[in-house]
Design a protein around this ligand. Structure first.
Ligand SMILES: Cc1cc2nc3c(=O)[nH]c(=O)nc-3n(C[C@H](O)[C@H](O)[C@H](O)COP(=O)(O)OP(=O)(O)OC[C@H]3O[C@@H](n4cnc5c(N)ncnc54)[C@H](O)[C@@H]3O)c2cc1C
Length: 385
C-alpha cells in the first residue's frame, strides 16, 4: 500500500542521489577503515533514515510495508554497511517495540530511535541457539521489581555501537523451547558488556559482536508488552516483517552488481568487440535481470498482502529464501563477467560485494531453515501436515 505517492517519490529520489553521489565514492574507504565516517551517520540522522518504519506518532515516517521495501530496494544498491547502519532501527532493533511495546515503552524509546540518537539491535542468537532459535539459555530471574540477566548472545549486528538491545531471555525456570521466553528492552547502561567486533568475511563497517550478561539488572517495566512468556511470539512478529525487509535489502545489491557488470562488459573488448556482444555473456545478464525482476515482484506482492492485513509467514519466508539465493547467483555471475578484475579488489568493487552478500543466505534464517519452513507451511496449507 502506498500511503502517500508524493512523499514516497521524493524519498526514493533522495535515497537514490544519496547512494550514488555520497555513498558510492566512500565505499572503498569504509571497507578499508571498517568504519562509517561520523559525518555520514549524522547525514543519515538528519535525513530521517533511522525512522522509516517507526510510526509517525513516535517521530518516524510510518512507512507501510510496500513503501519500506521500495525504499530498501534503493538504499541497498550500495555496500551493505549503509543499510546495516540504519537497518536495525528500521527493522529488527525497533520492531518488537512497534509490534508489542506498551504505550509508555513506545513513548520512551521510539522517538529517539527514529531520530537515530539511539541505535537498537535484536539479541536472539546464542552459542547454542542458532537455527534452533528457541534453545535460549540466557536467563532472567525475578528479584523484586527487577530481573537479573545472565548469559551470552552471539553474532549480534550493531551490538558494539548499540544503545538499546531487544533481548530474548528465559524467565520460566525449567521451561524449554519457545515456552517461557520473554523479550526485554535493555539499555547499555544496565551493565551488559559487548565483545570486540569480529573479523568477518565481508560487510566491513557493520560491527557485529557477542553480548555478555553478568547479573545485569533490568526493571520489570522493561519487559516488552509488560507480560512474561510472550517473547517468542514477539520475535516471530518481528521476523515475519523483517524477512520482507531483508529480501528487499538482498535485491538492491543484485541490481547494483548487475549494473556494474553491464558497464564493464560494455567497455571491455576482447576478440575485437565488446564482451557484452558475446551471447554466453548475454545469458548471464538475462538470467540476472530476470531473477531480480522475479524477486522484486514477489516482494512487492507479499508487502502489499501484509499491508492488507493478510498472513504472510509463508510468502515472507519464500521472499527471503529466493532473494538471498538470487543475490548470491547474481554476485557469482558478476564476478564471472568481470573476469580477473572481479576477483581483485584493486580493479573492481565486485570482489567486495561478493563477500558482503554471502551473509544473506545465513542470517535471519539460513536457506535450509527457510526451505523447511516453506515446505511445512505449504503442506499445512494443502492439508497434508
Ligand atoms: C554477521 C552476522 C550477523 C548476525 N546478526 C544477528 C543479529 O543481529 N541478531 C541475532 O539474533 N542473530 C544474528 N545473527 C545470527 C544468525 O541469524 C545465525 O548465524 C543463523 O540463524 C544461523 O545460525 P548458526 O550460525 O548457529 O548456524 P547453525 O544453526 O549451526 O547451522 C549450521 C548449518 O546447519 C544447517 N542446519 C541447521 N539446522 C538444520 C535443519 N534442521 N535442517 C537442515 N539444515 C540445518 C544450517 O542451514 C547451516 O547450513 C548474525 C549472524 C552473523 C554471522
Amino acid at each position: 500500500m502506498i500511503k502517500d505517492p508524493n512523499r514516497l517519490q521524493a524519498l526514493v529520489a533522495d535515497i537514490r542521489s544519496f547512494v550514488r553521489e555520497r555513498w558510492h565514492p566512500l565505499e572503498n574507504q569504509i571497507d578499508l577503515e571498517d568504519d562509517i565516517p561520523a559525518a555520514v551517520v549524522q547525514e543519515l540522522r538528519d535525513k530521517g533514515y533511522f525512522g522509516w518504519s517507526i510510526p509517525q506518532a513516535y517521530g518516524g515516517l510510518g512507512l507501510s510495508t510496500e513503501e519500506l521495501v521500495r525504499c530498501a530496494f534503493e538504499l541497498s544498491q550500495a555496500s551493505v554497511a549503509l543499510r546495516a547502519r540504519v537497518g536495525t532501527n528500521t527493522g529488527i532493533g525497533s520492531e518488537a517495540l512497534v509490534a508489542d511495546g506498551t504505550e509508555e515503552q513506545k513513548q520512551r524509546w521510539l522517538p529517539r530511535m527514529a531520530r537515530g540518537e539511539l541505535t537498537g539491535c535484536l539479541a536472539l542468537t546464542e552459542p547454542d541457539a542458532g537455527s534452533e532459535a528457541s534453545n535460549i539459555h540466557t536467563s532472567a530471574r525475578r528479584e523484586g521489581e527487577h530481573y537479573v540477566l545472565n548469559g551470552t548472545k552471539r553474532f549480534i549486528t550493531n551490538a558494539p555501537l548499540a544503545d538499546v538491545f531487544t533481548v530474548i531471555a528465559r524467565t520460566a525456570d525449567g521451561s524449554s523451547g519457545s515456552d517461557g521466553l520473554t523479550a526485554f528492552l535493555v539499555e547499555r547502561g544496565a551493565g551488559l558488556a559487548t565483545g570486540r567486533p569480529y573479523r568477518k568475511m565481508g560487510q566491513a563497517g557493520s560491527p557485529v559482536s557477542d553480548i555478555h550478561f553478568e547479573n545485569c539488572r533490568v526493571h520489570a517495566g522493561q519487559i516488552i508488552g509488560g507480560r512474561e512468556g510472550q517473547g517468542f511470539k514477539t520475535v516471530m512478529k518481528v521476523l515475519n516483517k523483517q524477512r520482507l525487509h531483508l529480501a528487499a535489502l538482498c535485491t538492491g545489491p543484485a541490481i547494483r552488481m548487475l549494473e556494474l557488470a553491464m558497464e564493464h562488459v560494455g567497455r571491455r573488448e576482447q576478440f575485437g568487440q565488446p564482451v557484452a556482444s558475446f551471447q554466453l555473456v548475454q545469458a548471464m545478464i538475462a538470467d540476472s535481470r530476470t531473477e531480480i525482476f522475479a524477486a522484486q515482484s514477489m516482494i512487492l506482492e507479499a508487502a502489499r498482502a501484509r499491508d492488507r492485513g493478510e498472513e504472510v509467514a509463508l510468502t515472507a519466508s519464500m521472499c527471503k529464501y529466493f532473494a538471498s539465493e538470487m543475490c548470491g547467483r547474481v554476485a557469482d555471475r558478476a564476478v564471472q563477467m568481470f573476469g580477473g578484475s572481479g576477483y581483485v579488489a584493486d580493479f573492481s568493487p565486485i570482489e567486495r560485494y561478493f563477500r558482503d552478500v554471502r551473509l544473506f543466505r545465513l542470517y535471519e534464517g539460513t536457506s535450509q531453515i527457510h526451505q523447511l519452513n516453506i515446505a511445512k507451511l505449504a503442506l499445512r496449507e494443502h492439508g497434508a501436515a
